[in-house]
Design a binder for this molecule. Structure first.
Ligand SMILES: NC(=O)C1=CN([C@@H]2O[C@H](COP(=O)(O)OP(=O)(O)OC[C@H]3O[C@@H](n4cnc5c(N)ncnc54)[C@H](O)[C@@H]3O)[C@@H](O)[C@H]2O)C=CC1
Ligand SMILES: N[C@@H](CC=O)C(=O)O
Length: 354
């Protein structure tokens, strides 16, 4: 290589072409002709069924079309071969897939960076979280997780920077679910709660299965990621979670869920009416303090610091050595395709120059 030659563009494989993956492709396409585009070469795109690869780079605006035109069968085995070549190699995980998350540590161990919106890698079992950390530390590879909590808000980054600066994290509390924030910001006891759940799902705020949000499972994962990043290595079952999903909804297949969503309506109308009588607001809150973690719906006074925000806002308070009395508060949109894709691609750009 000539002494001042530009490094080769990072070779990127995008897994997942749903709500978030499509927004990644749109953002990449919007970079056409800009210096950002020169840093990244999209060489592989896949969803559950199909994949398309091109060593010379797929045009992001045409990638979905390429998937339908000449589809290869989608296989996670094919990702490494598709990424082979000069430059940094990066997998973007925009799926909600257990089998993709299971491979994060493997890819890191093979020198492939991972940028993920999926929380299943770091937010489920402690052993998987440790495997990912260990694989990242062993090689010269990075794990981009900005989009896993707060859809790219500077939450994990702030926790890491505080600790790098010598602070211990004392406590974390807040709203970590964008879809539940949106639901409780819009619910006024008049429209059925189930109708709002459908609207949040159609807007791309919920998980592919909205029960993952309503059960508190998605928030459990996010709180685990925050806690572990703050040095509190909790197992998943150490988080106390109070679900909003009644047992009759929990047992249904995803196909029969939509028609049964009204089972949510009566219990939530009652919770809302109780809170309203006291002049309070319902908020789905995650708390970590003294090694204890819990997640559930709380009724908070209107002027409570965690009751603020609008839309899909996450609002998270962090107490540390320097923020002992007044916490650091981070607030902003915590769900949605565009912000999540931007968070993922921030990580990809960082990883591309490592
Ligand atoms: N929607 C949001 O606001 C946010 C979502 N996320 C996370 O982003 C991830 C994706 O969410 P959505 O786009 O809403 O889901 P989605 O259901 O719209 O899309 C998931 C995509 O993953 C693909 N997929 C599943 N298994 C695969 C495999 N083995 N190989 C390749 N592709 C596979 C599916 O075919 C689909 O294209 C989830 O993990 C979610 O938690 C994170 C932050 C915010
Ligand atoms: N379903 C999630 C999306 C982002 O992680 C949420 O509602 O926060």
């Amino acid at each position: 290589m000539a002494p001042f030659a530009e490094p080769a563009a990072a070779r990127v494989a995008l897994l997942g072409t749903g709500t978030v993956g499509s927004a990644v492709l749109e953002r990449l396409a919007s970079w056409r002709g800009s210096p950002f585009a020169e840093k990244i070469s999209l060489v592989h795109v896949a969803n559950t069924r199909q994949s398309a690869s091109d060593r010379s780079g797929l045009a992001p605006a045409e990638a979905l079309h390429r998937l339908t035109l000449a589809p290869q069968r989608s296989s996670l085995e094919a990702v490494e071969a598709a990424l082979a070549g000069e430059g940094a190699r990066i997998v973007i995980d925009a799926t909600a897939s257990e089998s993709v998350a299971e491979r994060h540590a493997h890819w890191l161990a093979r020198g492939i960076h991972v940028a993920t919106a999926c929380k299943i890698g770091q937010g489920t079992s402690l052993s998987r979280w440790r495997a990912i950390r260990a694989a990242g530390a062993a090689g010269d590879v990075g794990y981009g997780d900005s989009a896993t909590v707060g859809a790219g808000l500077p939450l994990l980054r702030s926790l890491r920077e505080l600790q790098t600066g010598g602070d211990r994290i004392h406590a974390i509390a807040g709203v970590l679910s964008g879809s539940l924030a949106w639901l409780f910001n819009h619910y006024n006891g008049m429209r059925p709660f189930s109708a709002l759940v459908r609207q949040a799902r159609d807007a791309g705020y919920t998980e592919p299965d909205p029960r993952d949000d309503l059960s508190g499972e998605d928030v459990r994962r996010k709180l685990l990621i925050l806690a572990r990043t703050a040095g509190v290595e909790l197992e998943a079952d150490e988080v106390e979670v109070t679900s909003l999903v009644p047992p009759e909804l929990a047992i249904l297949s995803r196909d029969s869920l939509d028609a049964a969503l009204p089972a949510l309506d009566m219990p939530l109308r009652e919770r809302y009416a109780e809170a309203y009588k006291r002049g309070e607001k319902l908020r789905f809150i995650a708390r970590l303090q003294d090694g204890r973690a819990r997640v559930g719906l709380e009724s908070l006074p209107h002027d409570h610091p965690l009751a603020g925000g609008a839309g899909t806002d996450n609002r998270v308070a962090i107490w540390s050595d320097r923020y002992r009395t007044q916490p650091l508060v981070i607030q902003g949109p915590g769900a949605g395709a565009e912000v999540t894709a931007a968070g993922l691609l921030d990580d990809v750009l960082r990883l591309s120059t490592r």
